[in-house]
Write a protein that binds this ligand. Structure first.
Ligand code: FAD
Length: 318
């Protein structure tokens, strides 16, 4: 990794949003550095994406990112496996500091930092993520046809997910994963109308199928009850990764996501945002890639305009 080199653009986050931006910026002949920290983002689990256009057999998220990285490198983008721990405005751009002491100066910054899921936790739950532990009905609902599914969550949105899941399989149970009921009586009535069992209790163990690591057979509750479950949908929200956005003083939405316009500009000049960190809904590879590509076009155009303005000033002063 180069020490303190200058780049046109620094991208924080090497998921689909950051990679789509890197490909497009590099192809616009902009020098680009992508920082991606070792902790997993959403695209670092073993899930196979079946709804991303152009891959009829499905595309593993990790493979998509490996291909995206190779594509960006092919056009000259550079990568640094490091967490960005600080960004400061400096004359002409920004200074980014990596956790290992590395860093760079860049004229523009794109935040594509994603979110961290508040997974339903039990010992060893990580081995199930992306195989039989999910969060997104848009992503994985189709594959649930005829399966035994448990939804874990304690609000009306979790109840809505259980109701929607009922379109895919009649074998759905909602577990609050909490000691007390947080759903409204109306939501509980809706579940009852569809004969979806509502269980108040906390999950403390997941048992895998024999010889199939990562594939659930059942869940156990703290009080000892055992629930057969082939798949678990964790409906417990996510935390947007916005520490850097806050430190730059960016405007955030009520939910803590980075606010931006439709061209992915944030409230601060030459700072852009893309992907799951920008909104609560439509957390998908396709939307992340779309926003990353849009941010790249905008950043490239803003740099072009800044250079034109600078050249015009220089010509006037000469
Ligand atoms: C189990 C599972 C199944 C899914 N299934 C599907 C599916 O079938 N179809 C679909 O379209 N979507 C699916 N998704 C959602 C999809 O993966 C996300 O919407 C997508 O990955 C978002 O892309 P992103 O680039 O915004 O964020 P991410 O992919 O999360 O990437 C963000 C990256 O930024 C890095 N980062 C954060 N902060 C820093 C920092 N300070 N310094 C350096 N790096 C940093 C993170 O480590 C991460 O690598 C699934 C997600 C999960 C978890």
């Amino acid at each position: 990794m180069p020490e303190r080199l200058d780049f046109d653009a620094a991208i924080v986050g090497g998921g689909p949003a950051g990679l789509a931006a890197a490909v497009n910026l590099a192809r616009a002949l902009r020098s680009v550095l992508v920082f991606d920290r070792p902790q997993p983002g959403r695209s670092d689990y073993p899930q196979v994406n079946h709804n991303y256009l152009g891959f009829p057999e499905g595309m593993p998220a990790r493979e998509l990112c490996e291909r995206g990285t190779a594509q960006a490198k092919r056009y000259g983008a550079r990568f640094c496996d490091s967490e960005v721990v600080a960004i400061q405005r400096v004359p002409g751009g920004f200074m980014l500091e990596g956790s290992g002491g590395e860093g760079c100066r860049a004229r523009g910054v794109l935040l594509a930092t994603g979110v961290r899921d508040n997974w339903t936790r039990f010992p060893g739950f990580e081995a199930f993520v992306g195989r039989s532990l999910h969060w997104c009905i848009v992503c994985d609902g189709y594959e649930m046809q005829g399966k035994r599914v448990v939804v874990a969550g304690n609000d009306d949105e979790a109840a809505t997910t259980a109701l929607q899941m009922h379109r895919f399989t009649p074998d759905v149970t909602l577990v609050t994963n909490d000691g007390a009921l947080g759903l409204t009586p109306e939501a509980a009535d809706q579940l009852a109308r569809r004969q979806i069992p509502l269980v108040i209790g906390r999950i403390d163990h997941g048992r895998a199928r024999d010889g199939e690591p990562g594939m659930l057979a059942s869940l156990r509750l703290e009080d000892g009850r055992e629930l057969p479950a082939e798949h678990l949908f964790s409906h417990q929200g996510a935390t947007p990764q916005t520490a850097l956005a806050r430190s730059l003083g960016l405007e955030l939405s009520g939910g803590g996501y980075i606010k931006g316009d439709i061209e992915q500009r944030t409230s601060e000049p030459f700072v852009y945002a893309a992907g799951d960190c920008t909104r609560l809904f439509a957390h998908q590879i396709v939307t992340a890639a779309h926003e990353g590509a849009t941010a790249a076009q905008t950043l490239n155009y803003d740099l072009f305009q800044a250079d034109e303005a600078h050249a015009a000033t220089g010509a006037r002063d000469a």
